[in-house]
Write a protein that binds this ligand. Structure first.
Ligand code: COA
Length: 174
């Protein structure tokens, strides 16, 4: 299981990256409250409203990933106003289910986008995926998602168009 690890953003801010925990539910609610419609759409490919995203059932499930099939990492910083912990991003990995190909997803809170956090989370996720024995990682990416494409390319993750004009595919050998 991945352990806590520090990382430094482009802004110089020091953050901690660790597996999600059952007691993250409150932080996750605040995280979802802060996401813009655009970010939600780019992550889920359709509008998933706040009530759906923070339903008790969903929060419980998301904060307690099945260790056999899932890994979820969170990036945690300190709120500058009161220094309480603040969730800045979530990266999830679905293990292959009998194959060595995993699916990933990643979302960074709007006000922390463009600071390199997505890249840090992605690199950490790839390390965890390798340790779990995966050989490839894949994700669907909306063709309009220029920031995700940029982030992947900067990390050397190929992102290519598919037969569906709305959809690109990130696919990296580990
Ligand atoms: C895609 C995403 C995960 C990238 O995370 P991030 O922390 O913003 O990543 P980075 O800081 O490494 O930025 C990626 C690139 O996009 C640019 N960028 C990201 N957000 C930006 C913003 N709001 N305004 C301007 N540029 C932005 C960065 O400058 C960077 O470009 P560069 O490599 O030329 O410097 C994040 O933007 C996000 O959560 N988006 C919404 C959800 C989503 O699209 N998830 C992916 C689903 S497949």
């Amino acid at each position: 299981m991945p352990h806590d690890q520090d990382a430094v953003l482009k802004t110089g801010e020091r953050i901690s990256i660790r597996p999600i925990r059952p007691d993250d539910e409150t932080l996750l609610v605040r995280f979802h409250e802060g996401l813009s419609d655009q970010t939600v759409y780019l992550r889920y490919f359709h509008m998933l409203n706040l009530t759906q995203r923070i339903s008790a059932e969903r929060l419980r499930r998301v904060c307690r990933p099945d260790p056999v099939s899932e890994v979820a990492l969170v990036a945690v910083g300190r709120n500058p106003a009161d220094l309480t912990p603040e969730l800045m991003g979530v990266a999830r990995l679905h293990l292959g289910g009998g194959t060595t190909v995993g699916e990933f997803s990643i979302v960074v809170a709007d006000r922390f986008q463009g600071m390199g956090l997505g890249g840090v989370l992605m690199q950490r996720l790839m390390r965890v995926a390798r340790a779990e024995g995966l050989t490839r990682l894949q994700a669907d990416v909306l063709s309009a998602n220029t920031n995700m494409k940029k982030m992947c390319r900067r990390l050397g993750i190929p992102v290519l168009p598919t037969d569906d004009p709305q959809l690109w595919r990130a696919d990296v050998a580990l």
